[in-house]
Design a protein around this ligand. Structure first.
Ligand code: SAH
Length: 367
């Protein structure tokens, strides 16, 4: 039986160079050509790579492939936000969301099927943890979105990538870091390190590790200003309490020469939105290179929480502002198609499966 073909999608530059040298006896510049074809041109067939010699293409066909994820459904919200459900296996999918704004286009990607962090206000948590995504499955989300968005905004549709979809990216460190290296690579998507944001619920040891290994923007899901409340909302806090988490954040910035860290704070009515919470929060972040992003809670079926009222959110912001903290309020995007923060469930439901069988919605997507 022939050996399984290696998927070139998701191989970082050094590994691709190694691969073309070891398996095909080719020079490193061949790997660079391949990268440009795959990421800049969006090619997924070697036949399309016209500046590669025919023999070399034939050799590639034998041992390699470019395997991209399959789209199950695509939805567009009233505000232009787009959401793709990508098939990972028979019952599970993951979701990728594109958020167009006047000055940027943000792609929100997933790092795991499900999530093990168990944050009480997040719908992904309800499905539990299924598995980590591979590097190819992470990078594949960007590859697909770029193809689907071709022609929009002069082919510069994606200016920012955020790990704010399903999963805890630092719990899939091994695959998330190589994927980020590809996003930053000049031969690929060429994003600056400030335009790739990793959002974490607070895996402290991995923040220290990341500080040594990869330079991207960090966002931290804080959600509570004291350990008692955070233990309840973000259970990983029982292992890595706020003080430890903040120390890791400041270390990260120092090591990376970064400007600031964004702290995310979901606004839950009557839970974490009182003026006293705002004051506690300001005391934690005051004088630090921190920005605070308030996220109005996005409801999902079965949740016990409600979104804070607009006056409560504004009052919360004002208290923090008065105490010297820079605060932004995240606009809710795409909630009419359940594409907003915390609404991603990735369910490939039974009816969809029956209807689709093994066929794809979009036949042009290769398996
Ligand atoms: N695991 C990563 C990425 C999660 S999603 C993390 O925890 O940071 C990105 C952001 O959306 C996180 O700040 C997350 O806490 C927030 N979020 C989750 N559920 C939400 C909901 N129902 N409404 C609003 N924000 C939510």
């Amino acid at each position: 039986m022939a050996a399984e073909k290696i998927n070139l999608l998701g191989l970082p530059r050094a590994e691709l160079e190694q691969f073309v040298a070891d398996r095909l006896g080719a020079k490193p510049f061949r790997a660079r050509q391949l990268m440009k074809w795959i990421y800049k041109q969006g090619a997924h067939e070697f036949a399309a790579m016209t500046d590669l010699a025919k023999d070399f293409r034939a050799q590639l066909e034998e041992v390699a492939c470019i395997k991209v994820p399959q789209i199950v459904t695509e939805q567009t919200a009233a505000d232009g936000t787009r959401k793709w459900l990508l098939r990972m296996d028979e019952v599970q999918g993951i979701e990728t969301v594109y958020i167009p704004e006047p000055d940027r286009g943000t792609l929100c990607i997933s790092s795991q099927v499900g999530c093990a962090m168990d944050c009480t206000f997040c719908s992904t948590a309800q499905q539990g943890f299924n598995r980590n995504l591979s590097v190819a499955e992470i990078v594949g989300q960007v590859w697909l979105a770029q193809r689907e968005l071709k022609g929009t905004r002069g082919d510069r549709a994606i200016t920012n990538i955020v790990f704010m979809g399903m999963g805890e990216p630092l719990a899939n460190y091994r695959n998330v870091v190589p994927a980020m290296r590809i996003f930053l690579d000049d031969l690929s998507y060429e994003l600056s390190r400030r335009r790739v944001t990793l959002s974490t619920s607070g895996l402290v040891p991995q923040i220290y590790k990341l500080a040594e290994e990869c330079n991207v923007a960090l966002a931290v899901s804080l959600h509570a200003p004291n350990d008692a409340l955070r233990n309840e909302l973000v259970p990983i806090n029982r292992k890595h309490p706020i003080e430890e988490l903040l120390a890791a954040c400041w270390h990260y910035l120092e090591k990376q020469n970064g400007r600031s860290i964004t702290f995310e704070y979901v606004m839950l009515d009557g839970v974490n939105d009182a003026p006293e919470h705002a004051r506690q929060l300001a005391r934690l972040l005051r004088g630090r290179p921190a920005k605070l992003n308030l996220i109005p809670f996005n409801p999902f079926p079965g949740t016990r929480y409600k979104r804070s009222s607009v006056p409560a959110i504004l009052r919360f912001r004002d208290i923090l502002n008065d105490m010297g903290i820079i605060v932004t309020i995240r606009r809710t995007r795409g909630d009419d198609i359940d594409a907003a923060c915390g609404q991603l469930a990735g369910r490939v439901n039974d009816r969809t499966l029956v209807r689709l069988g093994t066929k794809l919605v979009n036949p042009s997507v290769s398996a």
